[in-house]
Design a binder for this molecule. Sequence first.
Ligand code: GSH
Length: 202
Amino acid sequence: MKFYDLAAGSNPRRVRIYLAEKGIEVPMHQVDMMKNEHGQPEYLKINALGKMPALELDDGTVITESVAICRYFEELNPEPPMFGRDALEKAQVEMWNRRAELEIAIPTAQCFQNTHEFWKDRLEQIPAWGEACRTKVMKQMKVFDEHMEGREFLATGDYTVADISLQCGILLGKAVGIRVPEELKNLSTWWERVSSRPTARA
Ligand SMILES: N[C@@H](CCC(=O)N[C@@H](CS)C(=O)NCC(=O)O)C(=O)O
């Protein structure tokens, strides 16, 4: 088994945090983006989209998409549950994971890619789109803040993949000055809670 990792990438980090929470060890292979390793035919055979992470199983089967990789490990290692305990919780984890991705993590990544120097010569940037995405994230954070009232974690009483998705999305925001505003007290408390977990720097 081999995990194709990108140390600085927020999506590989989602899987690394998940694995650390579960105490699962997987051989890691760092893909060197600075050398465009992810654009080379060898890696494109692993993931034709040229993105990380990817998990290669011993029989050569490849799983891409962070949550799909976590889901695979969850089926093999159900304790502690990180995708919900019953039908309702599983739906709630799915729901909040999707919301964390669609409303926070993806627009934050769009802001990063369209405004940050790192991407200047790597893709065609549309700074105005990046700024529109920033505005969207700041607006949607308020929705998450209201939802977090009286809650310890995002989707259920447990720390789940939905928390990891939101946590990694917010962490990525630091690169472009997107932070949880102090006045969003519930979200700020949640952020301190999740980012002080021992696995947060996995
Ligand atoms: N939806 C994918 C996103 C993967 C992704 O965008 N990975 C980034 C790193 S965080 C990447 O490999 N970017 C390289 C590129 O776009 O050139 C997932 O959840 O795994």
